[in-house]
Design a protein around this ligand. Structure first.
Ligand code: BGP
Length: 486
């Protein structure tokens, strides 16, 4: 199946996050981050958040897939597929173990330097997320995470360190992963590091009171300020640096032509725009006041904050895309599953085994909407199919469903480019199998590379190329022209 090729400079690659792949949680002087306090779980049994680590429970981030010790092998495999870009995060707690330390950890700095050097060796451009659900636990416990304005200063100290240390090795940075998670179910602990009591799935509940919403939006305001100041800092340290925002994307369709449903879909689409508007246009969007009023929430904005937001707008927009969903007014309809984006089930599209709706055309739709609004270069920095792959007796992993999923999405990216959207890169999620954020499982796999590990972290840690590995290699080699399977 031959298609027109993608633009010459298109960044093909893959994406991971430190907490879901590195492991080595006590090595190299690393401190604890909030995700080190999330237990394992499943689609039906939610992950728990515990302040005290319970020796009888399993915490998947502690060992994850041990990228910490396997990065050379893993990067060689990415290079074999032809990656041009690798999206990863720096775990803040490897650089500042407690978040508020006066001095950074040399060992942590050198670890990432080695990773970047290894990528450079193969001509792979790192795309580095500074904050991917990895708030230092100490900042959560002692300061209430991002709710405390002092956290901005700690974050900027960390940014200054990494921007200075990795000059010449990194060019593209992202400030906050899925910054709009604050508006959704996964906000409290993982995204904002808000002090959280032990309990069932505490990391994943949407707030129910105006006070809780206000806490969230205040903490998010601090992240906006931090992001804007980080952008300025990056430019001061190296004018070559490019800094982007990262938003959890979703396409929301009206369930019917009922105007109630249409208005609801419009309101839900704003989940893609609220943070983007602040980070790209440098000001809260026009709909902010009413949106906050409806939640009973408010934000304390200090003199000078608005100027900070204006002065630190980002260079490009990035987002994750896994699904579309439907929106409806007051109707009792079946819900679809998801981690960030949750809405009503669409009868026209299929779902994954974890109930996430599969909609490649929704990606084209969203790309057009986003580009129409911002006219900035866009990267899709997460997309993929979580599936229960099987390692066959003969050592192979056949994953035609993943190839289908990715092929269909790549075709729609191609369509969006034809529409005129400036898409500059695509880094599918979990290019090597890793721990699932929402369920803590290993069984929910996204990778081109299979990692021999089970949900309790048992296995050989061997890396095995899946069928999709060879397929993606051809896609990249042909610059997106060859999307066939043979
Ligand atoms: C996004 C997160 C990722 C990732 C992905 C897949 O929301 O940024 O960290 O995990 O979702 O989700 P899951 O791991 O829950 O399948």
């Amino acid at each position: 199946m031959m298609n027109p090729a993608f633009p010459e400079t298109f960044y093909w690659g893959g994406a991971v996050a430190a907490n879901q792949c590195e492991g080595g949680w006590r090595e190299g002087g690393k401190g604890e981050s909030v995700c080190d306090h999330m237990t394992d779980g499943s689609r039906t049994a939610p992950r728990l958040y515990t302040n005290i680590l319970d020796p009888d429970r399993y915490y998947p981030s502690h060992n994850a897939i041990d990228f910490y010790h396997h990065y050379k092998q893993d990067i060689a495999l990415f290079a074999e597929m032809g990656f041009k870009m690798f999206r990863m995060s720096i775990n803040w707690t490897r650089i500042y173990p407690n978040g508020d330390d006066a001095q950074p950890s040399r060992e942590g700095i050198e670890f990432y330097r080695d990773v970047f050097r290894e990528l450079k060796k193969y001509g792979i451009e790192p795309l580095v997320t500074l904050h991917h659900y990895e708030v230092p636990y100490h900042l959560s416990d002692a300061y209430d995470g991002w709710y405390d304005r002092r956290t901005i200063g700690f974050f900027l100290r960390y940014c200054e360190t990494v921007f200075t240390e990795y000059r010449g090795l990194v060019k593209y940075w992202l400030t906050f992963n899925e910054i709009n998670a604050a508006q959704m179910g996964i906000g409290d602990i993982l995204s904002l590091g808000l002090r959280t009591p032990d309990g069932v799935n505490k990391g994943f509940g949407a707030p129910s009171t105006p006070k809780d919403w206000s806490r969230r939006f205040q903490a998010l305001h601090h992240q906006f300020l931090a992001s804007a100041q980080a952008v300025q800092l990056a430019r001061r340290i190296d004018p070559e640096y490019k800094v982007g925002c990262m938003v959890a994307g979703g396409a929301f369709y009206p369930y019917t032509p009922d105007p109630e449903d249409v208005l609801k879909a419009q309101a839900e689409m704003r989940m893609n725009y609220f943070c983007g508007d602040v980070q790209i246009r440098g000001a809260y969007p026009y709909f902010t006041r009413r949106m906050l009023d409806q939640l009973g929430a408010s934000i304390r904005i200090q003199p000078g904050d608005e100027e900070i937001l204006k002065a630190g707008t980002v260079d490009f927009y990035t987002f994750s895309y896994y699904m579309s969903t439907c929106s409806a007014g007051e109707k009792n309809l079946e819900k679809a599953s998801g981690n960030a984006v949750i809405g009503i089930k669409n009868p026209y599209i299929p779902s994954s085994d974890w109930g996430w709706q599969i909609d490649p055309k929704g990606l084209r739709y969203l790309l057009n909407e986003l580009y129409g609004r911002y006219q900035l270069p866009i990267l899709i920095v997460e997309n993929g199919l979580g599936a229960a792959d099987r390692l066959e007796e003969d050592g192979h992993v056949h994953d035609p469903y993943r190839i289908d999923y990715l092929r269909d999405h790549i075709q729609q990216i191609r369509e969006a480019i034809e529409d005129g959207v400036k898409v500059i890169g695509y880094t599918p999620w979990g290019c090597i199998d890793l721990v699932s954020l929402s369920t803590g499982e290993m069984k929910k796999r996204y990778g081109f590379i299979y990692v021999d590990l089970d949900d309790k972290g048992q296995g050989s840690f061997d890396r095995i190329k899946k069928d999709s590995f060879f397929w993606y290699k051809k896609v990249i080699a042909s610059n997106g022209a060859d999307l066939g399977t043979d």
